[in-house]
Design a protein around this ligand. Structure first.
Ligand SMILES: [Zn+2]
Length: 468
């Protein structure tokens, strides 16, 4: 069996890993590269393999850096199924449609505003291409509900375990019978943090696994305990109400947004926070939240106890309003606090959050709250690193807002969580560290090797191929 890492290799976007066994080619994820616009586009423009040669595809979860290139895969001649959990299939369709829309908007904006020597980037795919890709989804529940292996061909099979990262996220276990015996490989996709609201903990894999492909976004770091987030939010919100501040939160439309709303709803019900108006300025997040409501079995016990058993939705309460139109978004951005606005994108690279940052970054009375991983070169990372001035749309702004990072809510396992996950694997021999920048991977490799001296650990580079 061979494995090639085509993306998320020494960086955290563009996940694409190819497993080959006796001519059978299984693609694990087909994600968009994100980051510097022209560099990312060059990587996304051409698939690093022949789409028509792929025999089957498995999607770990619906984040764009894992699913966002599926329309390109199908456009280039892929004709087979794309396996995913039912929630992932439903959300990935929305994410791909949104991605097509953003590409079209970027294209139109560049046509108008690009410098004379700047190359105008054509969209990678259209909404029709995204819909076409979605017709390939073959939804399959987690193994704890379905029990059986899903056959891929007469020699290979797979099953899904709950990864606890976002709704529908799965760890994939693939087993292939080979001339020398059976080989089992597990791919974590993105692995969840423990004790986060809404979701189950990452599930323990029952089968012995020889080779593990594991993400390690936070391989060098431990998160603050999630229990602290309520106190930090309370403090920030009380201060905002008292001083009439606005709190601007860039958040992924999928995952962080729903978790934040859950926590705010609970704090409000408990009388712990004052009645601050909260705006969800993301039509995509509203659509995804509706998908959440139809997958209640994927929620953890706490969510059932807090809300569902009382026949209440965690995602709607009196203070919360969803904005639909761009005009509403702009009007709110120009308004005075106190209020909180949650808008995507999570790393402030695009989307309606830019309307709010355009007004907010230079406002000393504003708070910018970063809630997730901020990749290198993104506006979110620059704000996190205290860089000033920063570019928002086409203008530079001095940063006077207070920038706070609330990483307790991370959707990713931290170093402790990753180590605990590897520790529960049986018969593990080989580990590949993916979905990580090199410093994080190097730190995690050292810790892992210290705990498991016999383990063969590799940090693959893009395009590298291994016999397993
Ligand atoms: Zn993810």
């Amino acid at each position: 069996m061979q494995i090639t890492f085509f993306g998320a290799a020494q960086n955290i976007t563009g996940s694409k890993h190819l497993i080959e066994s006796e001519g059978f080619r299984l693609l694990l994820d087909c994600g968009l590269h994100q980051g510097k616009r022209h560099e990312a586009d060059a990587l996304n423009r051409i698939l690093p393999f022949s789409a028509s040669d792929i025999s089957a595809t498995i999607l770990s979860h619906a984040h764009a850096d894992h699913c966002g290139m599926l329309p390109v895969l199908v456009k280039n001649g892929y004709r087979h199924k794309i396996f995913a959990t039912p929630a992932t299939a439903a959300i990935a369709r929305l994410i791909m449609l949104d991605s097509a829309k953003i590409q079209q908007q970027d294209y139109l904006r560049m046509q108008k505003h690009a410098a004379a020597d700047e190359k105008i980037l054509q969209p990678l795919y259209s909404a029709e291409d995204a819909e076409e890709a979605a017709t390939h989804f073959a939804p399959l529940p987690y193994a704890h509900a379905a029990q059986n292996w899903q056959p891929l061909n007469p020699r290979c099979r797979f099953k899904f375990y709950d990864a606890g990262h976002i709704l529908g996220s799965a760890v994939t276990v693939v087993q292939c019978d080979q001339p020398g015996g059976t080989t089992t490989v597990a791919y974590t996709g993105d692995l969840g943090n423990t004790n986060v609201p809404l979701l189950h903990e990452p599930e323990i894999i029952a089968e012995p696994v020889e080779t593990l492909i594991i993400e390690c976004t936070y391989g060098n770091k431990n998160h603050r305990p999630i229990a602290e987030i309520a106190d930090r939010l309370k403090e920030i919100i009380r201060d905002a109400v008292h001083n009439k501040r606005k709190i601007i939160i860039p958040a992924f439309a999928l995952g962080r947004t729903q978790e934040l709303i859950y926590i705010l709803h609970k704090l409000y019900d408990q009388g712990e926070i004052p009645a601050l108006p909260i705006y969800l300025d993301s039509p995509l997040a509203s659509d995804i939240t509706a998908v959440f409501a139809s997958h209640r079995d994927d929620f953890d016990q706490e969510t059932w106890a807090d809300f569902i058993s009382r026949n209440e939705s965690p995602f709607s309460f009196r203070n919360l309003r969803s904005l639909q139109t761009v005009e509403e978004s702009r009007a709110l951005a120009a308004a005075h606090g106190p209020y909180m606005v949650i808008a995507s994108s999570g790393m402030a690279e695009g989307g309606r959050i830019l309307n709010h940052l355009e007004y907010g970054v230079s406002d000393p009375n504003a708070i910018i709250m970063l809630t997730g991983y901020q990749a290198e070169h993104t506006l979110g990372r620059k704000l996190q690193d205290g860089i000033t001035p920063v570019r928002v749309y086409n203008r530079m702004y001095d940063v006077h807002a207070r920038v706070v990072t609330v990483d307790e809510l991370s959707a990713h396992a931290d170093q402790r969580g990753l180590l605990a996950y590897v520790s529960q694997m049986k018969d593990l021999q080989r580990v590949f560290l993916v979905h990580t920048e090199l410093p994080q991977a190097t730190a995690f490799k050292a810790v892992l090797q210290q705990h498991f001296p016999a383990l063969n650990i590799t940090i693959p580079a893009a395009g590298q191929n291994f016999e397993i």
